[in-house]
Write a protein that binds this ligand. Structure first.
Ligand SMILES: Nc1ncnc2c1ncn2[C@@H]1O[C@H](COP(=O)(O)OP(=O)(O)OP(=O)(O)O)[C@@H](O)[C@H]1O
Ligand SMILES: [Mg+2]
Length: 319
């Protein structure tokens, strides 16, 4: 993987986003992360969704309630953050889910920062904090609100991880914006249907406007910090839950996949629909790609997609 300096130094930080719910963001985050770890990379998954689906795909609810919720969730990071930089060491929030570790094997590492159902309260606090931006000092603080997650990754040693994947909630609220400010890249999962197409256009429009507003605010306060810019670049759209007829997507879905998308690249490999497989894997507390019971064809598909993901990061990084 390329070693250009990004938001997390040499760590590549990728937000997985889509306005629309239930398009496979969490499933894709878990599987890409697991496959990257299986290949020997050090990977950190951050669950930024108050629904905590990513967290619960690696932990039993009791484990989460007992060991993670009281001390180690992303909520603790946001709550402990202060402008003076007295926040906790982000590594204290990290956990290594035991079952996934076993299936990843010895070479790689798959860590998780869990979420919390009350992360939605954090979102509200961030909205209130960001609303204060009249005077110059407040304008500075306003920007720092969006930078809180970025500060967490700045606190990691450069060799801690090769890849951080942030699973975002299905909205464009403060949490998603914080993720975008912290990220080098954006990955957009989508279903091959009309609503997903509209949701992608909506996201791109909001992302564009947010970037302009943020960068403008950074210029106004005279910030010369290159990290005070929204510099995340779009890796592309991954179509998920695609229905197949034989070895190809059904025609109506292939037509959606083929639609021109104003310069946003589309990953060649799509993730096919398999309700039993993905639902079962969630119950097993390991992503599908690590499961010994998963059919070869689904595992191969995910591995090919991950190879393209790595390739795209290299391409976009050097563009
Ligand atoms: N390829 C697939 N085939 C069938 N079902 C899938 C597939 N991928 C994910 N699912 C299932 O679809 C549901 C939604 O997936 P997932 O949670 O990954 O979406 P999401 O975009 O993260 O949703 P949300 O917006 O609520 O966070 C889950 O029950 C998941 O198990
Ligand atoms: Mg999700």
């Amino acid at each position: 993987m390329a070693t250009h300096r990004g938001k997390g130094g040499t760590i590549k930080i990728v937000s997985v986003v889509n306005y629309k719910g239930g398009v496979g963001k969490t499933t894709l985050t878990a599987n890409i992360g697991a496959e990257m770890a299986r290949r020997g990379n050090r990977v950190l998954l951050v669950d930024l969704d108050p629904q905590a689906s990513l967290t619960l795909s690696f932990y039993h609810p009791e484990q989460w309630r007992e060991y993670l919720q009281p001390y180690r969730t992303i909520k603790h990071w946001f709550e402990g953050w202060s402008p003076e930089g007295h926040a906790r060491d982000p590594r204290e929030l990290v956990d290594t889910p035991a079952k996934a570790k076993f299936y990843v094997g010895g070479r790689g590492q798959l860590d998780v920062i869990a979420s919390d159902l009350t992360l939605s309260d954090v979102e509200e606090d961030l909205v209130v904090a960001a609303a204060r931006h009249g005077a110059a000092r407040e304008r500075h603080d306003h920007l720092r609100v969006f930078g809180r997650l970025r500060d967490a990754f700045r606190g990691l040693p450069p060799d801690a991880y090769e890849l951080v994947l942030i699973d975002c909630p299905p909205s464009f609220g403060m949490l998603t914006r914080s993720a975008l400010v912290a990220s080098d890249f954006v990955l957009i999962p989508a279903r091959p249907d009309e609503l997903s197409t509209v949701a992608i256009e909506h996201f791109m429009d909001r992302f564009h406007r947010f970037r302009i507003a943020y960068d403008d605010a950074a210029s106004k306060i005279g910030s010369l910090d290159p990290e005070d810019r929204v510099s995340a670049r779009i890796l592309g759209i991954v179509f998920t839950m695609v229905r197949f007829h034989g070895s190809v997507p059904i025609l109506v879905e292939q037509n959606f996949i083929n639609l021109p998308r104003a310069g946003i690249p589309v990953f060649e490999t799509v993730v096919r629909e398999s309700h039993s497989l993905y639902a079962d894997a969630a119950g097993q507390n390991i992503p599908m790609v690590l499961s010994e019971q998963a059919p070869d064809k689904n595992v191969a598909e995910m591995r090919t997609l991950v190879t393209q993901f790595v390739h795209r990061i290299g391409e976009v990084d050097h563009a």
